[in-house]
Design a protein around this ligand. Structure first.
Ligand code: NAD
Length: 327
C-alpha cells in the first residue's frame, strides 16, 4: 500500500474474509507484503480443500498471518475483529448460474445473513472501515458504461444477494450511532492466477491446454469488462485506507471484450484451439458489462494497469507452472 497525504495512518491489522478464495488470497498476499498483520477467515480449510491450500500456499506459515477456519454464519466474529483497522469482506457464494431456486437459501445465508453478521461485529469491535466486494451484476443488462448512480437491475438471485449485501453496508454505515464507514466495490469480472475454476478465462486456458472442452453458453457475442486481480487488490487496499466516506465504487477495467475475442486471445497465447461445447445462453447471464470508472479514479486515484492480453498471459504462466505436465 503506497502511503499518500490523503490516506489515514498505515493499518497494522486487517481482517480478510474469504481469505482462501481467489481474490481473498491475493489480498492476503498483498497485505502481508506491505508488512500488515492479517487475520484471514474462511470456511474452507486448506488441510481438507486442495483449492484453498493452493490459493494460500504462499502465505500459510507466514508469521504475520493467522487463518481462522470458520463459517461467517455462526462463528464469534467480534473477538476476531478487535483491534482491526479494516475488514475486507470478500467471502461470498459466487456465480450467477447456480443461484436460482433451492440453492438461493445458501446464497442468502452466505451473502446476506453473513454480511449482516460481519457488519454488526464491525460495529461491536469499533472497526473504522469495511470494504465490501460487491459485483457489477447488480446493474443487470445495460447498453454502454454503467455509473454508480445507474439504477440497479439485478438479473439473477446472486446479483440480488450482492445488492442486498451492499445495501446492508450502507444501512450500517448510515446509522447515526455508527463510526463505521463502508466502501462497496462493484467488481467487474475478475481474472488472473488462481481464478475460480468455474470462470471463463481459466476454463478456456485449461481447454486449450488439453483439459475438458469449454462449455460456451450462448453464441459468444456477449461482452465482459475483464479486470485483472492485481488491479482489484490495489483498489481494495486503497479503499481500506483512503480518507473517503461511505460510498459505492465501480472497479472495472473500462474495456468491454466479447467472449469470442477472449477465446481468440487464449488461442493466440497458447498456440492451441479452444475446443468448445456449445450450450444455450443461461438465465441471469447479461449481454454486456462495462464500468464507468470515473468515481474510482476521482476517489481512489485508481486506474487499471494490466491489459487483457498481459493479464491472460500471467494466468497462463501460473497455470503451466502449477502443472508442468501440461503441453
Ligand atoms: P471465491 O469463491 O474464490 O472466494 C470466496 C470465499 O468465500 C471462498 O473461499 C469461500 O469458502 C468463502 N466463503 C463463502 N461463504 C462463506 C461463509 N459463510 N463463511 C466463511 N467463508 C465463506 O470467490 P472470488 O471469485 O474470490 O470472489 C470474492 C468476492 O468477490 C465475492 O464476494 C464475490 O461475490 C465478489 N466478486 C467476484 C467477482 C469475480 O469475478 N471473481 C466479480 C464480482 C464480485
Amino acid at each position: 500500500m503506497r502511503r499518500e497525504a490523503n490516506q489515514g495512518p498505515a493499518p497494522a491489522r486487517v481482517v480478510v474474509t474469504g481469505a482462501a478464495g481467489f481474490i481473498g488470497s491475493h489480498l492476503v498476499e498483498a497485505l502481508l507484503a506491505d508488512g500488515i498483520t492479517v487475520v484471514g477467515v474462511d470456511r474452507r480449510a486448506p488441510r481438507l480443500d486442495p483449492a484453498a491450500a493452493a490459493n494460500l500456499g504462499a502465505v500459510l506459515g507466514h508469521p504475520d498471518f493467522t487463518l481462522v477456519t470458520a463459517d461467517l454464519q455462526s462463528c464469534a466474529l467480534t473477538p476476531l475483529f478487535q483491534q482491526a483497522d479494516a475488514v475486507l469482506h470478500f467471502a461470498a457464494l459466487p456465480g450467477v448460474r447456480d443461484s436460482w431456486g433451492e440453492p438461493f437459501a445458501e446464497y442468502t445465508a452466505c451473502n446476506v445473513f453473513a454480511t449482516e453478521r460481519v457488519l454488526s461485529a464491525c460495529e461491536d469491535a469499533h472497526v473504522p472501515r469495511l470494504v465490501y466486494a460487491s459485483s457489477s451484476s447488480v446493474y443487470g443488462t445495460r447498453n454502454g458504461a454503467t455509473h454508480e448512480e445507474s439504477a440497479p437491475r439485478p438479473a439473477s438471485p446472486y446479483a440480488v444477494s450482492k445488492l442486498a449485501g451492499e445495501q446492508l453496508c450502507l444501512a450500517h454505515a448510515g446509522k447515526t450511532t455508527s463510526t463505521l464507514t463502508a466502501v462497496a466495490l462493484r467488481l467487474f469480472t475478475v481474472y488472473g492466477p488462481r481464478q475460480r475454476p468455474d470462470m471463463l478465462i481459466g476454463r478456456a486456458l485449461t481447454a486449450a491446454l488439453g483439459g475438458p472442452e469449454l462449455s460456451l453458453y450462448g453464441d459468444g457475442s456477449h461482452e465482459r469488462d475483464f479486470t485483472y486481480v492485481g488491479d482489484v487488490v490495489r483498489a481494495a487496499t486503497t479503499a481500506a485506507t483512503r480518507r473517503i466516506g461511505t460510498t459505492v465504487l465501480n472497479v472495472g477495467a473500462g474495456v468491454s471484450t466479447s467472449v469470442l475475442d477472449v477465446l481468440s486471445a487464449v488461442e493466440e497465447l497458447t498456440g492451441h484451439p479452444v475446443p468448445l461445447k456449445r450450450l444455450p445462453a443461461q438465465p441471469g447471464d447479461v449481454d454486456a458489462t462495462l464500468a464507468d470508472r470515473s468515481r474510482a479514479a476521482a476517489l481512489l486515484d485508481w486506474k487499471p494497469r494490466t491489459a487483457l492480453l498481459e493479464g491472460i498471459s500471467h494466468q497462463l504462466r501460473h497455470l503451466t507452472a502449477a502443472d508442468p505436465l501440461r503441453p
